[in-house]
Design a protein around this ligand. Structure first.
Ligand SMILES: [Zn+2]
Length: 340
């Protein structure tokens, strides 16, 4: 009998839930416009209701392994409490794991959403064949995650992966984290919009100024203008690419992982920022250059766009109980071997 697990993607605005088979085949996806802003108790009730419907529906044909929940915040892995989450203020210090487990009577695994996305890409996306990877997510902010030997690297206090706050320009703009010139200040959707606003205000961006007469300024609009050949829009993505290449150079030099995946909404602008990104990476990283074949120029360090888009977090969340099952299985074998 094949097994399945349920993945939950708890976003700042939406709640998404899917039942996924151990083969990676989605059995059923539940998209809801559940307003997360209606509060914690409402969301927990709705989440548990859907999980129960899905788990009993497929339990006749599959073994149910449990539920993985991706949350945009810092999670205390041992206690299963949410330490803090910027977009979920009323969830602070809430014992999420214990509350959901009690209602469901089945195992629940919590994980940070950036880590879930990386796990999803590792399982079913761009990182399928990579022995280890780093994922950088370019969204409203810039997030990151590391997977070494199939496992998420959490770090000592569970905060590993804050690549958005790597300094790429010591004299750069101030960042909310207290630092200066963080990657997030150049390569996030927020930064792209900020740079475009500054250019429009300076009066040197007539193309962009015209483009936003009938629509709101967004990173997508700046990308569209770059595709049309607008000089200022092109320059903004060059700046983002240089920042990303600089951060990647440090990561490649320090970690020498086989794969770095770029995901998030801004990654759709790959054609606009990737030439500058590669140029800067090659210039700044001795480890990257060493991975290049001198005849074919193929590089063993792979930098690639994500493949699963906004599904990555949901798929990765469903993977969590499966990994737990595998690691339990391994530890049983180890114990058995010791006894023998
Ligand atoms: Zn920062």
């Amino acid at each position: 009998m094949l097994s399945f697990a349920i993945g939950v993607d708890l976003g700042g605005t939406n709640l998404r839930i899917a039942a996924i088979e151990e083969t990676g085949r989605p059995l059923e996806t539940f998209n809801t416009s559940t307003e997360v802003k209606r509060g914690r108790d409402f969301v927990i009730d709705e989440m548990c209701r859907v999980i129960q419907v899905l788990s009993s529906k497929f339990s006749h044909t599959h073994q149910f392994l449990g539920t993985g929940v991706g949350i945009p915040g810092i999670i205390e892995m041992e206690s299963g409490r949410l330490h803090s989450a910027a977009n979920l203020p009323d969830w602070k210090d809430y014992p999420v794991k214990a509350e959901i487990e009690e209602r469901l009577g089945s195992p629940v695994v919590l994980e940070n959403d950036a880590n879930c996305a990386a796990l999803g890409e590792k399982w079913m996306g761009a990182g399928r064949d990579a022995a280890g990877l780093c994922m950088i997510t370019l969204g409203t902010g810039v997030g990151g995650a590391f997977i070494f030997r199939g496992k998420i690297w959490h770090g000592m206090i569970g905060m590993a992966g804050e690549v958005g706050h790597m300094c790429v320009a010591a004299q750069g703009p101030a960042c909310g984290c207290g630092g200066r010139g963080c990657l997030e200040q150049f390569a996030s959707a927020t930064a792209i919009r900020r740079m475009a606003t500054e250019a429009i205000r300076s009066g040197n961006a007539s193309g962009l100024a015209n483009a936003i007469r009938n629509q709101e300024l967004s990173a997508k609009v700046v990308f569209q203008q770059a595709l049309l050949g607008d000089r200022v829009a092109t320059q903004i993505f060059e700046t983002a690419g240089v920042a990303l290449g600089t951060a990647l150079a440090s990561l490649v030099n320090a970690l020498n992982l086989p794969m770095y995946i770029i995901g998030g909404g801004v990654a759709k602008a790959w054609p606009a920022f990737s030439p500058a990104m590669y140029r800067e990476l090659r210039k700044q990283s001795v480890v990257f250059r060493a991975g290049e074949d001198e005849h074919t120029h193929v590089n063993r360090t792979v930098i690639t766009p994500a493949e699963l888009g906004s599904e990555a977090g949901l798929i990765g969340a469903a993977r969590l109980p499966m990994i737990l099952k595998d690691s339990h299985h391994c530890s049983h074998i180890r114990v058995a071997a010791q006894i023998a």
